[in-house]
Write a protein that binds this ligand. Structure first.
Ligand code: CA
Length: 648
């Protein structure tokens, strides 16, 4: 084992076996099908074909060895719809495996499927285009099943919890739900939790199963449990494309959550194809576990990196994905991430596809020699078009994700005034353990699928003794609004967990990855019960798009923020230069965060001018004349105030 490890990492291995061809897998076009696999240490590879998912093989043949560890078999026939797997012989022993490069698979993914991809496009998909990029990126994090599992979702029963739910328009009677709701909310991107084929849900099982899906089996195939039919492997492909097309047609871009840092099982197709090559090992030969999921993919090795790049490019090209969110990006390398950025930019235009990720890992991992982990402290090495989730912004606003009672700025935390002012520029002016190249590298957020929902965190921190997640606490309401107000007035990209805007609760469960669908699902009636909060978010979303001084992602954007002042405990203000090449109604913005329990009289930063209130603790995007007396303005307790100075 140790011998192999050194060999895999050597230049000798790369010189002999690195394969840069883009044709691995089963390529089925027109009147031919070509099978190619990369398995450099195999003595023999046999291809087996099946007419359907369960049948015995009707054809078996030994593949031809090509250069660089590639095995090939060619057919002058379009084998669309045929299932296949391989027998790989090493040391005289055959191992069965599916194809890591497969683009289609059987129910539960055990067999690969030959797919002529042109036959999987829904009508009009060739002409499908992402909506134009707007002034701001406001990303809404959503799980496919959560979206429509609720019987009140307005989606027909057969489509609930499925890709198909996204194609249903006119949802909701008295109040909009699903797609109609998303359109009204005004978010620009939907970020979907993993929907490549994952292993934790039995695709032949019932609808009561649930998992977030961070356990990849077939990276280049959509998950089957979100399809209406798994007996035919093309259905999941077509329906996944229909989902993306429907979101595009309704003005929303789509981001895919990708998990290239580990596989569902150690005994994966990778492992069966080239034992030990794709994983990191400790010195004693055991698998490393920086993912806390049992194994770490060995990013930094040539064919691992090639695989990840090819997979990302495949989803971007074939499924028209508009961006990728990398799970535990800290286990991947700076070189790999920059290469993905470069290749996406070359193929689709600079910045056209979004890239961001979690700039951390769950634990230590033995990185390949000479590589740099794509983690927060190395953000300076990452291309400025690669974003990172800002746990600094998240935690300073509402407190630690690990200690439920620990407060942040909005819920009683102390001595956070300086830090909150740093968060406004996306930490470009310092204050964190790294300095981003621009605020474009920062993803501002206060809730995501991991950890407590914002509502639950605020309830737990403000009402430790007797937390009741279904109660309309006034102070939780106000803290929720102020938290939103703050990150919506920070420079950088904006991100929210679906339902943050209506006080989504998981009743104090901070890790619902395999909880029931009922606990996880979006309860659409809550958009009515918490309608005032929804309206507030809607206002912040529409207002943000009109504030170029906050939307600016250039390296110089931080210079727009001036006159940062601390007025007292929990009270800060600053000025934003809001002038831009595109027309803006307000040349300057004056912003106050008042997290204290007292109403505050705040002195205006300058004399004169016609100032409008654009948002306060009650309303966002309100646009009414500000009541300035003696050059100062009143800001209510536990609330923010955003003023705009009209152009003369
Ligand atoms: Ca699956």
């Amino acid at each position: 084992m140790a011998e192999n490890m050194a060999f895999f990492a050597s230049e000798e291995f790369d010189a002999k076996f690195r394969y840069d061809g883009k044709d691995l897998g089963a390529v089925c076009v027109g009147g031919s099908t070509v099978f190619k696999v990369w398995s450099p240490l195999a003595q023999r590879v046999e291809l087996r074909l099946y007419r359907d998912q369960a049948a015995e093989s009707y054809f078996r043949e030994e593949m031809h060895a090509e250069d660089r560890g590639v095995w090939k078999l060619e057919f002058q026939e379009n084998l669309h719809g045929v299932y296949y797997d391989y027998l790989v012989r090493r040391e005289g022993k055959d191992t069965r495996t599916a194809d890591p490069y497969a683009v289609g698979c059987s129910c539960n993914g055990g067999r690969s499927m030959v797919v002529d991809l042109s036959r999987t496009n829904p009508p009009g998909f060739e002409d499908d285009r992402a909506p134009a990029q707007g002034e701001e990126r406001i990303i809404y994090e959503l799980h496919i099943k959560d979206f429509s599992y609720d019987a009140e979702s307005g989606v027909p029963e057969g489509y609930r919890g499925k890709y198909k739910a996204f194609t249903v328009t006119g949802t909701g009677g008295e109040y909009p739900t699903c797609l109609e709701y998303l359109k009204k909310l005004g978010i620009t991107h939907v970020h979907l939790l993993p929907f490549f084929d994952y292993g934790s849900v039995d695709e032949a099982g019932d609808e009561k199963q649930f998992n977030w899906g961070y356990d990849p089996v077939n990276y280049n195939v959509p998950e089957g449990s979100y399809a209406t039919d798994v007996s035919d492997g093309t259905v999941r492909i077509r329906e996944c494309k229909e989902m993306i097309q429907a979101l595009h047609n309704n003005g929303i871009r789509v981001i895919m959550d990708v998990v290239y840092n580990h596989t569902h099982e150690n005994d994966s197709w990778f492992q069966r194809m080239v034992p030990d090559y794709y994983y990191r090992h400790m010195e004693d030969g055991s698998l490393s576990n920086g993912s806390a999921c049992g194994n770490d993919i060995a990013a930094g090795r040539s064919m691992v990196d090639n695989y990840i790049v090819d997979s990302v490019m495949y989803w971007a090209r074939e499924y028209h994905m508009d961006g990728f969110r990398f799970d535990l990006m800290g286990l991947l390398t700076v070189d790999l991430m920059n290469r993905i950025r470069r290749e996406l930019d070359e193929a689709f235009g600079v910045g056209e596809k979004m890239i961001y990720g979690e700039p951390w890992s769950a634990d230590e991992s033995p990185m390949e020699e000479g590589t740099i982990a794509a983690e927060k402290k190395n953000a300076g090495y990452l291309n400025e078009g690669i974003g990172i989730f800002s746990d600094d912004t998240r935690d300073v606003i509402k407190g630690s994700v690990f200690y439920s009672e620990e407060p942040g700025f909005v819920n009683g935390g102390e001595d956070l005034e300086k830090a909150i002012l740093h968060a406004v520029t996306g930490w470009k002016n310092g204050g964190a353990c790294f300095v981003p190249k621009s605020c474009g590298q920062i993803i501002n957020y206060v809730s995501a699928h991991d950890n407590f929902t914002l509502w639950d965190k605020l309830v737990l921190s403000l009402h430790q003794e007797k937390a009741d997640f279904d109660r309309h606490y006034e102070d939780v309401y106000a803290a929720n609004k102020l938290a939103a107000f703050i990150y919506f007035t920070c420079q950088g990209n904006l991100f929210l967990q679906a339902g943050e805007e209506f006080g989504r609760t998981k009743h104090g469960e901070d890790n619902s990855y395999c909880s029931t669908p009922e606990l996880n699902m979006i309860r659409w009636h809550r958009t009515v019960e918490y309608g005032e909060l929804v309206e507030y978010y809607k206002g912040l979303i529409s207002l943000r798009k009109c504030l170029p001084g906050l939307c600016d992602k250039s390296p110089g954007a931080a210079a727009r923020i001036t006159c940062g002042r601390i007025h007292g405990e929990g009270v800060v203000s600053f000025l934003v230069d809001n002038q831009d090449v595109r027309p803006s109604l307000w040349e300057e913005l004056f912003i106050v965060y008042n997290a204290s329990s007292e109403e505050q009289r705040i002195k205006m930063p300058e004399q004169g001018g016609f100032w409008e209130v654009l948002a306060d603790g009650e309303e966002a995007d309100c646009r009414r004349r500000a009541e300035i007396t003696e050059n100062s303005i009143l800001v209510a307790a536990h609330s923010g105030m955003l003023l705009g100075k009209r152009k003369e």
